[in-house]
Design a binder for this molecule. Structure first.
Ligand code: DMJ
Length: 842
């Protein structure tokens, strides 16, 4: 449109764009041409026709837009990322937190279909089947319960927080991870599990996650209700006729004494707690508070009183948070210690808890191997809670000694050990039953309790299971049941105690904790055998001992029972293993088997006026011959495992948080922490507001609870109380020596171990993200076997801190070595710390 006029008007003015179309380029002449070459040429020509100013302006605009584009892309990316992350977090609230691996993903078989077999037991069909299970698999700390509406927001917040903490914990773990391999089993130790040597002073409230775990109401199903009813019935008998005594004699409506310490009542405490029997629990607690006295001139069996009384008190303390039980546990624990005063340090079987003397049985100086090696979980836990190492030291020495002993047969141990020589006696006889059973159980359980770091325990356990497979496993006829027999001087006996039925559960627990998958397979075959020990008997109850048929004979079952062995003592082992099997597989047949057993206890052992009784003859349904005794473990173990077996809530005593002692008392698996023990050193770090110093001791010790929900971040401040008291200028507890050092003026054990409160945890958490460093960091990794290594931090501004630090070094702590998180950078934070890092002890 411009072409003719513009050309006629002479040279174009600079402020117009003059476009001349050639004939071949004109629309309508050569037609529409949108070829790339044409467009490129045209654009270039236009660009060249622009003035320099115009070009500069355009270039500047382009540059400006490009910069804006980059900036907004980055911030939008962040926003998008956070939206994405948030929605992921939301999902995790209802699913699981990533970053932790399943403890043993490959081992567990897929749950099979329920195989309910109610046919033989007509009354079973009257029971409504329980709701489909909501068994959540994998470690509990991966599991987050579907939150109720009102708690959802809080849960989401906690979840996000937990994720952050796990990320941090992961960092720590990555730096110090070690792998143990055992014949194909690869095990990753729980590195940050609290070291046995780091003690927590007893808190006023539950010391770990127990209280949290109990907060949500446990949905009770009909089978569980039946267990509660059975418990109440048993308890009624005990209460009416045996209150405060050891065992109920339900037929004669009286009691029997063994130690005279209310054995049944103590054994049953945590069962009542778990079953939710509040009234009964409160009543029993009153008896413990007012009537339980250990200052008695009475001989008790070290093992039995440890697993039932000490174990029962400790677990009840953990579940209830009531310090009464810890006080009682300390009392009995101290009174049992004389048992270890033997030439070999292998404890005597009996202790007089009033006199403080101990002795072996009258006829021998031997102790039973299972007894001296199945008190460890309890004494180790007592040390952890009290900060007094003597308990743990005594029992650890026994294990270390037994580890080195000769006389084993491929990991299988004889049944007796001499308290003078420390050697095994009665060599050549090997059983998984009476007198040896819980040795094997406690090898695995101690290993788990301590965070899977004590390799000698694992070695002994794995070797023993190999020994079982090599020497003791056989198959019966006609059903080809795999069973565990006995070996006596090279001769195999097809005899199996009911006691051996703990083994499937233990094997399954090991597999769940990363041990060989074939252990789980073996557990599955053995639990079937244990079930058949009930199912093939006339009353549906197992005898104390069975003999398996090795050869098929017409009309013979797999299981033979000798007249002397046909009693049933209401023992728990099979139900115990059923519980583990159900927890780990979700296969409902295990629940159904347990249900059958409960029905048969009700049919043949229930005494109408209250209580259950052992029976003499499991083969005679019309007269099972009641023995007039209810063992304490019926309430402590059998009914507890029944209740747990029927539950579909894996958080009802979560097996990744608790380990059951051999009397079914759950004790915490030692909580993990960040591998760092920190002593706070300056007023601005540990201010009165942080630790509640202004309050009297009784109050602030309650406030000093462990970090909530932070199993992975349980920081233990060993010397916090010193510092608190120092800041409080309380000369009663801390004093300055003439040389100017600050030292505690009372025994350290009584005051120096305090779990830190949440706010301090937060503070320490942030400090740990910027770990203080040492010039030698990373140049030296502590030698295997060191429990602790110290690292000094930057010189502090306050004079007393350096002295304090020196004091620690003089105290025999290993020389400075590494930064706690494996990397180190200088920082000028006002926080001044010193502390110890606990490296892995492979
Ligand atoms: C209980 O005291 C314990 O389970 C122990 O380990 C074996 N004996 C009884 C139960 O049978």
């Amino acid at each position: 449109m411009y072409s003719g006029a513009a050309a006629a008007a002479g040279p174009p003015r600079r402020d117009f764009i003059s476009v001349t179309l050639g004939p071949e380029e004109a629309v309508g002449v050569g037609g529409y041409n949108n070829s790339k070459a044409w467009r490129r040429r045209s654009c270039w020509r236009k660009w060249k026709q622009l003035s320099r100013l115009q070009r500069s302006v355009i270039l500047f605009l382009f540059a400006f837009l490009a910069v804006c584009g980059v900036i907004s892309y980055t911030s939008m990316g962040e926003a998008w990322k956070s939206i994405t992350n948030k929605s992921l977090d939301d999902q995790r609230t209802e699913e699981e937190i990533p970053r932790l691996k399943l403890a043993n993903p490959a081992v567990l078989p897929a749950p099979q279909k329920a195989d309910a077999n109610h046919g033989d037991y007509p009354e079973l069909s009257l029971q409504k089947p329980p709701k489909p299970p909501h068994v959540r698999r994998g470690p509990s700390n991966l599991q987050i319960k579907a939150p109720r509406r009102d708690t959802r927001l809080k849960t989401q917040h906690n979840t996000m927080r937990a994720v952050e903490e796990l990320v941090e914990a992961d960092k720590v773990e990555k730096t110090e991870k070690s792998i143990i391999s055992w014949r194909g089993a690869v095990i990753e130790p729980d590195q940050s599990t609290e070291s046995p040597s780091s003690k927590i002073m007893e808190p006023e409230k539950p010391s770990s996650v127990e209280a949290e775990a109990q907060k949500e109401p446990v949905p009770i199903n009909e089978r569980q209700l039946a267990v509660i009813e059975a418990f109440r019935h048993a308890w009624k008998g005990y209460k009416d006729f045996a209150w405060g005594h050891d065992e109920l004699k339900p037929l004669s409506k009286s009691y029997s004494e063994w130690f005279g310490l209310g054995l049944t009542l103590i054994d049953a405490l945590d069962t009542m707690w778990i079953l939710g029997l509040k009234e009964e629990f409160e009543e029993a607690r009153k008896w413990v508070a007012n009537d339980l006295v250990f200052d008695k001139n009475v001989d008790v069996n070290l093992f039995e009183s440890t697993i039932r009384i000490l174990g029962g008190l400790l677990s009840t303390y953990h579940l209830s948070g009531d310090s009464l039980f810890l006080e009682k546990a300390k009392d009995i624990g101290n009174r049992l210690m004389p048992a270890f005063k033997t030439p070999s340090k292998i404890p005597y079987s009996d202790v007089n808890i009033g006199r403080g003397t101990a002795h072996p049985p009258r006829w021998t100086s031997d102790s039973t191997v299972a007894e001296v090696t199945s008190i460890q979980l309890e004494f180790r836990e007592l040390s952890r809670l009290t900060g007094d190492e003597k308990f743990q030291k005594a029992v650890d020495e026994v294990m270390k000694h037994v580890h080195t002993l000769s006389g084993k047969n491929d990991g299988l141990v004889p049944m007796f050990i001499n308290t003078n020589s420390g050697q095994f006696t009665h060599l050549g006889v090997y059983t998984l039953g009476a007198r040896a059973d819980s040795y094997y159980e406690y090898l695995l359980k101690q290993w788990i309790q301590g965070g899977k770091k004590e390799n000698e325990l694992l070695e002994d356990y794995m070797r023993a299971i190999e020994g079982v497979k090599k020497h003791l496993l056989q198959r019966s006829e006609p059903k080809k049941l795999t069973f565990v027999g006995e070996l006596a001087h090279g001769h195999f006996s097809a005899k199996m105690d009911h006691l051996v039925c703990f083994l499937p559960g233990t094997l399954a627990l090991g597999a769940h904790n990363g041990l060989a998958a074939e252990h789980m397979k073996l557990a599955e075959t053995l639990i079937e055998t244990c079930y058949q020990m009930y199912a093939q008997v006339e009353t549906g109850l197992s005898p104390e001992i069975v003999h398996f048929n090795l050869h098929a004979q017409k009309g013979h079952k797999d299981v033979e029972i000798k007249p002397a062995d046909r009693h049933n003592l209401l023992r728990p082992e099979t139900v115990e293993s059923l519980f583990y099997m159900y927890r780990f597989t979700g296969d409902k047949k295990y629940q159904d088997w347990g249900w059958e057993i409960l029905q048969n206890f009700n049919r043949y052992t229930r005494v109408p006026t209250g209580g259950y009784t052992s029976i003499n003859n499991v083969q005679n349904p019309s007269n099972p011959e009641p023995r007039d005794k209810m063992e304490s473990f019926f309430l402590g173990e059998t009914l507890k495992y029944m209740f747990l077996l029927f539950s579909d809530d894996i958080d009802l005593i979560n097996l990744d948080k608790y380990i059951f002692n051999t009397e079914a008392h759950p004790l915490p698996i030692w909580p993990k922490h960040v591998l760092v023990q920190v002593a706070a050193h300056s007023a601005h770090l540990v201010s009165p507001s942080v630790v509640g110093l202004k309050r009297p001791k009784s109050t602030w010790s309650a406030a000093l609870r462990p970090c909530a929900n932070t199993q992975t971040h349980q920081v233990v401040v060993q010397t916090l109380v010193w510092e608190c008291v120092f800041l409080n200028n309380d000369q009663e507890v801390i004093k300055q020596t003439p040389e100017g050092n600050w030292v505690p003026s009372v025994a350290r054990g009584s005051m120096s171990r305090v779990p830190v409160q949440q706010s301090l945890c937060d503070l320490l958490h942030s400090v740990l993200q910027h770990p203080p460093c040492h010039p030698n960091a990373g140049s030296h990794v502590p030698a295997v076997g060191h429990r602790t290594a110290a690292f000094p931090l930057h010189p502090t501004t306050s004079g007393h801190s350096a002295k304090h630090h020196d004091r620690h070094r003089e105290g025999g702590v290993a020389p400075p070595s590494l930064s706690p998180l494996g990397h180190c950078r200088h920082h000028s934070s006002p926080v001044r710390l010193h502390g110890t890092v606990l490296p892995t002890v492979p």
